[in-house]
Design a binder for this molecule. Structure first.
Ligand SMILES: [Zn+2]
Length: 160
């Protein structure tokens, strides 16, 4: 690959092919056939205002070398959208772009998740003690534990 191609060679390909079949004499076609080709790999521009999605049959995009052809934004590999899904999820004919992409790699646990992990046991014990003090010997519902964890998390965040 020539270095000069970097950052310029992502072609935003239109993946929606529309056939009206209007060239067939005597046949009036009232509906457009829209279909998408199934691509195995996809990349999305992380610029929320751009949200270009690039689809390829092979993993031919190197996010470290290539960037969005429209805004030069960083690209991130996403799960290739399943054909048909995008049209199903469209609202009032508008296909939502840049939202709902599934990141390809499993995201690292968020700080919140780590906080839950570190504190849920303690919280559960504390809630159990509280309930016992009130004469309630039933088990603390997991929902209550999570609620308390969320409250603690908010509390901690507000201190930071
Ligand atoms: Zn872009």
């Amino acid at each position: 690959m020539r270095p000069s191609q970097f950052c310029n060679n992502i072609i935003i390909s239109s993946l929606i092919h529309t056939n009206t079949h209007s060239q067939i004499p005597g046949v009036i076609v009232t509906t457009k056939h829209t279909y998408e080709i199934a691509y195995k790999y996809a990349w999305a521009c992380i610029n929320a205002n751009c949200a270009v999605v690039i689809k390829r049959h092979s993993r031919s995009v190197d996010v470290n070398k290539q960037c969005c052809g429209r805004c030069k934004g960083k690209l991130v590999e996403i799960e290739a959208p399943t054909p048909g899904i995008s049209s199903l999820s469209s609202n009032n004919g508008q296909v939502r772009r840049g939202v709902g992409h599934t990141p390809k790699k499993k995201a690292a646990p968020s700080a919140y998740n780590l906080f839950i992990k570190a504190n849920s046991k303690k919280v559960k014990e504390r809630l159990t003690q509280q309930r016992l003090a009130e004469g309630n010997t039933s088990k603390v519902p997991q929902g209550d534990v999570m609620k308390e964890c969320a409250r603690l998390w908010k509390e901690q965040k507000s201190k930071m």
